[in-house]
Write a protein that binds this ligand. Structure first.
Ligand code: NAD
Ligand code: ZN
Length: 340
């Protein structure tokens, strides 16, 4: 944490930090961040937004932009996102459109944000009819992750992030998957050494994949969506209330793994290993809060559909993927039925 102020000075992005956060995070970490930045000669202004996904809206963005413009008198300001993925997506969106883009820094405070949402440059706000429908690609100048922030996370929130960690292991890093199997208890007790390793490995994977296909034009970034076709359908059909994102992704991963086994791409034992690991982390392995039909209907809205053809990221072993188009509906239904 001590390095933060110095890192920001080195970047030479301005002297005034406009920090977007929520009241809970400001209470927990506001003083620490403020002291650190001021020590390096930076000025600090906090802007808090309500602690809800609803803050990812055009209305909220417009209000922040008005506040920014009033604050921005003869200043060289940069925007800091201090919080989870909601704050990161919103602050990144505002940074990308205010004055056609001002420097932006991510300080992610949830595991999900450290391993996933703070990296890659996707910013977004939601519309009533759907999530993340308005946004931009805008890279932060710095992502400053410190696992010390994670100590105050609730268990459910930590495990939601771990579903994404396991996703990275499954698509690209079998050693990471094995580490999770061996050391999940240390992770649950917030062992900083293990958490550090996890955040570093996942960040590297995400940064590498994104650098090969920043704007998702070459189909390479698609593998990061492993488990998300059915995961998003579960989240949407529960009205974003039943399961959180990580829990829905865990269920989506199991369905994708089952489909992979039915397509004879991977062994059944792989599905069993994933299921065992999720159970150890109290992540769901059965769907109880959403109906089968709703999920099937919702999965047609997946962005990976090309025309009427579906496209699934499947596993061809732990650490290896295969993108398969036109998976028969019967196989998808059979795999989904296993989860009820
Ligand atoms: N841009 C991307 O590439 C990308 C990728 C994945 C997810 N997302 C977005 O991220 C959002 C979800 O992010 P999230 O899971 O971080 O949720 P979140 O931002 O809502 O944070 C979850 C909760 O944890 C609290 N919190 C944050 N840090 C804390 C801490 N250190 N201690 C205690 N509580 C803390 C927050 O106040 C909030 O109540 C969604 O809007 C999703 O669309 C974006
Ligand atoms: Zn995700």
């Amino acid at each position: 944490m001590n390095f933060l102020g110095r890192q920001l000075i080195k970047l030479n992005i301005g002297k005034d930090a406009y920090i977007i956060t929520n009241a809970l995070i400001k209470r927990k970490f506001g003083d620490l961040i403020s002291r650190n930045l001021k020590k390096s000669g930076l000025k600090v202004k906090f802007k808090t937004v309500p602690d809800t996904e609803k803050s990812k809206s055009i209305t909220r963005s417009a209000a922040i932009i008005k506040d920014l413009a009033a604050f921005d008198r003869q200043k060289r300001l940069f925007i800091v996102a201090l919080g989870g993925g909601v704050i990161g997506d919103l602050a990144g969106f505002v940074a990308s459109i205010y004055k056609r883009g001002v420097p932006f820094v991510q300080i992610p405070t949830t595991l999900l944000a450290q391993v996933d949402s703070s990296i890659g440059g996707k910013t977004a706000v939601d519309l009533e009819i759907g999530k993340n429908l308005v946004g931009s690609f805008y890279q932060p100048r710095l992502v400053f992750s410190d696992v010390e922030f994670l100590k105050t996370l609730g268990r459910r929130q930590l495990c939601a992030g771990l579903a994404e960690v396991i996703k990275y292991g499954l698509i690209k890093d079998r050693a990471l998957f094995a580490l999770m199997e061996k050391d999940y208890k240390k992770v649950l007790s917030f062992n900083p050494g293990v958490l550090d390793q996890i955040v570093i490995r996942c960040s590297r994977i995400k940064a590498k994949v994104v650098s090969l296909d920043e704007k998702e034009e070459r189909g390479l970034r698609t593998i990061l969506n492993f488990g998300h076709t059915i995961g998003h359908a579960i989240e949407a059909s529960g009205g974003y209330k039943g399961y959180n994102h990580g829990e829905a992704v865990a269920l989506g991963i199991l369905v994708a793994a089952d489909i992979s086994a039915y397509c004879r791409l991977t062994k059944r034992s792989v599905v069993e290993r994933i299921e065992k690991l999720f159970s150890s982390l109290s992540l769901p392995t059965k769907i109880k809060k959403v109906s089968f039909c709703k999920i099937i209907n919702a999965h047609y809205h997946d962005k990976k559909f090309i025309g009427r053809k579906n496209r699934f990221v499947l596993l061809s072993g732990i650490g290896k993927t295969k993108i398969v188009e036109d998976v028969p509906l019967e196989i998808i239904k059979k795999a989904l039925r296993n989860r009820f």
